[in-house]
Design a protein around this ligand. Sequence first.
Ligand SMILES: Nc1ncnc2c1ncn2[C@@H]1O[C@H](COP(=O)(O)OP(=O)(O)O)[C@@H](O)[C@H]1O
Ligand SMILES: Cc1cn([C@H]2C[C@H](O)[C@@H](COP(=O)(O)O)O2)c(=O)[nH]c1=O
Ligand SMILES: [Zn+2]
Length: 285
Amino acid sequence: MRTLISPSLPPLFSLHLPRPSLFSRALRASRYPLTASAFSLNRLPTNPHHSSASRRELQTEAASKPSSAPPGEIHVVVGPMFSGKTTTLLRRILSERESGKKVAVIKSDKDDRYCAESIVTHDGEKFPCWALPDLSSFKERFGFDAYRNQLDVIGIDEAQFFGDLYEFCREAADKEGKTVIVAGLDGDYLRRRFGSVLDLVPIADTVTKLASRCEVCGKRASFTLRKTEERETELIGGAEVYMPVCRSHYVSGQGVLETARAVLDASSQRNATRDLEATSLSPPF
Ligand SMILES: Nc1ncnc2c1ncn2[C@@H]1O[C@H](COP(=O)(O)OP(=O)(O)O)[C@@H](O)[C@H]1O
Ligand SMILES: Cc1cn([C@H]2C[C@H](O)[C@@H](COP(=O)(O)O)O2)c(=O)[nH]c1=O
Ligand SMILES: [Zn+2]
């Protein structure tokens, strides 16, 4: 199958890492070598602006965090359909697993294309996954103990379909030390924000927007055009329903839709004629 992802296209957001300040170096150093008790607020210089109640609150919060869980990470991969989101997720998951990390992948059970128990790229690559109605059921299904002690990296595909995406990712990364790699559509076929994928941006470590190739002109495609007449936001489908397009062909989508409809009509016309011919050739019952 043709590869439509251009490796030369840069991600929308690039990562700039400034020199760490003295403060940030001190903060980073405090994360790993210090135990929870060494990181006790009692040892911090007293801030005269903190009331004793708020000091107690902060102290309780610090004590309740598991001392062994280093902070996790959130990486978000978005883009239109056919831009390589699932492929990217798969590559990252495989590379984490090769480096010795324990991984698990979750996808929405709404997506019943290809295979129920695997994430599958449009090129047919597969990886076993948990197909779930929501993310909050994952820990119980995976096992609370196994989740806490034996899982480092969580991949989430079709993230736009999960209503509890934000809460799950924040808790997993902030409190449970997990690395979460999220792949999903940033926008729907009308280019409206899709689900809560974009809500993750402020709490993410990296955000990558991928592009596909416009099916009409071959240029960079950042949007997904729906070729059919359905109007609901959620409509599971692949290349028979959607196509990646550039900005100008998204805007002139009506024309593209008409072309696509004509192609579909012609092909169903051809199929109908073939069926008719096959029926008239078959012997009568
Ligand atoms: N219009 C298309 N129809 C079918 N497959 C396509 C189309 N455009 C691209 N592809 C293939 O899909 C691959 C990306 O698949 P995938 O990672 O599943 O994308 P995404 O998860 O972003 O939808 C590309 O490498 C390309 O080979
Ligand atoms: C644009 C758009 C897409 N969907 C559905 C169609 C597919 O089932 C998934 C996206 O899959 P992919 O891995 O990104 O190829 O989402 C939808 O329900 N509504 C839309 O507007
Ligand atoms: Zn185009």
